[in-house]
Design a protein around this ligand. Structure first.
Ligand SMILES: Nc1ncnc2c1ncn2[C@@H]1O[C@H](COP(=O)(O)OP(=O)(O)OP(=O)(O)O)[C@@H](O)[C@H]1O
Length: 322
């Protein structure tokens, strides 16, 4: 897979003026400090970070809305802020908080206008819009003005609008914000289908379940600096959150001697007892299988569980650490 997006040494500062009493003080906010990353063609990338980390600034630069102070960006063969008119014909954009549709027009009229704007040939448009209407369940809302749509309906309509010209890449800023579970699933299913068709997707979201369900690669930014680029499973290694094994003992073993626990800790992990459970915390590279074997050899065990921390917990720890 080749690099579809290439970002090098990206920097963006904002100047803010703060008033204290009668004085007005100038302050520079370093929104992006020196950001480098690449995104492969066909990747589904999740771009995450706490509030104010620099996500919107990045996506505004990548979509050509904003020009950085320093650095280069290439998306396919384009520099987003040069020749922007031509560039936007090749990308799809959805900003969850804003609409790119005409507020007072029926949904289908927005599509017709976008078709003309992007110069989509008639036959290609007919085929493609049919697919989008079916796939995003839009038939009942096509004649409704955008301002009358519910949030979930609008988001599905927005996604179709972003795909009218069938771009190879889609930039999504919080596309599932405020959606109920059914709408969220519909949007997620559609995005996964687009990705399977080979579309590259750049997604910013605070919804970590979206990230877990959708993304094969994630990028974490904090205070304008990238702190991680990799796969979701690799995230845990950035934290010291343990994997926890819980082994429920049979009644007769209710009290485990401290010597037995000490014996277990020789092979790694920390052990303690909670009621009828032996709890093992694995911090490093201890193998759960090895620990399980020891536990089953030494005790009569009724039930056995391995608990991995969930993504919310992991990300919370990473944000706290950085
Ligand atoms: N127009 C602006 N003028 C001044 N400062 C700004 C402006 N836009 C963003 N900032 C500041 O730049 C930093 C990065 O903001 P940005 O909106 O990119 O963060 P974000 O990661 O998208 O945050 P959120 O998750 O809250 O949307 C923040 O400190 C923010 O206050």
């Amino acid at each position: 897979m080749d690099d579809f997006i290439e970002v090098k040494e990206l920097q963006k500062n904002y100047t803010v003026y703060e008033r204290t009493g009668l004085k007005r003080k100038k302050r520079i906010v370093r929104a992006l400090r020196n950001v480098d990353f690449t995104v492969k063609r066909g990747e589904f990338l999740g771009y995450i970070g706490p509030n104010g980390a620099g996500k919107s600034t990045t996506i505004k630069i990548l979509t050509g809305i904003m020009v950085p102070d320093h650095g280069t960006v290439r998306v396919d063969k384009w520099c987003p802020w040069k020749n922007r008119k031509e560039y936007v014909k090749n990308i799809g954009v959805v900003f969850g908080q804003k609409t790119q549709m005409w507020w007072d027009l029926p949904v289908k009229d927005t599509y017709t206008l976008l078709k003309a704007l992007y110069k989509v040939p008639d036959d290609k448009y007919r085929k493609h819009i049919k697919y989008l209407i079916e796939r995003l369940h839009l038939s009942e809302i096509l004649n409704q003005p955008v301002r009358q749509l519910s949030l979930g309906q609008r988001m599905r309509a927005e996604l179709a609008a972003a795909m009218i010209h069938d771009p190879d890449i889609l930039f999504l800023d919080e596309p599932t914000i405020g959606l109920d579970v059914v709408s969220k699933h519909r949007v997620q299913d559609f995005l996964m289908e687009l990705n399977r068709q080979g579309k590259t997707i750049f997604l910013t979201t605070h919804d970590l379940k979206d990230i877990e369900t959708l993304c094969n690669e994630i990028l974490i930014i904090n205070h304008g600096t990238l702190i991680y680029k990799g796969k979701v499973p690799g995230l845990k290694a950035l934290t010291d959150i343990p994997t926890v094994i819980r082994a429920t003992l049979k009644e007769s073993y209710k009290k485990v001697s401290s010597e037995s626990l000490r014996f277990l800790s020789e092979i790694g992990g920390t052990y303690h007892q909670e009621r009828d459970e032996i709890v093992v915390k694995l911090h490093n590279k201890e193998r759960p299988g090895e620990i399980a074997k020891r536990l089953f050899q030494k005790f009569e065990i009724e039930d056995f569980r391995v608990e991995e921390p969930d993504i919310e917990e992991i990300i919370k720890a990473i944000y706290r650490q950085n």
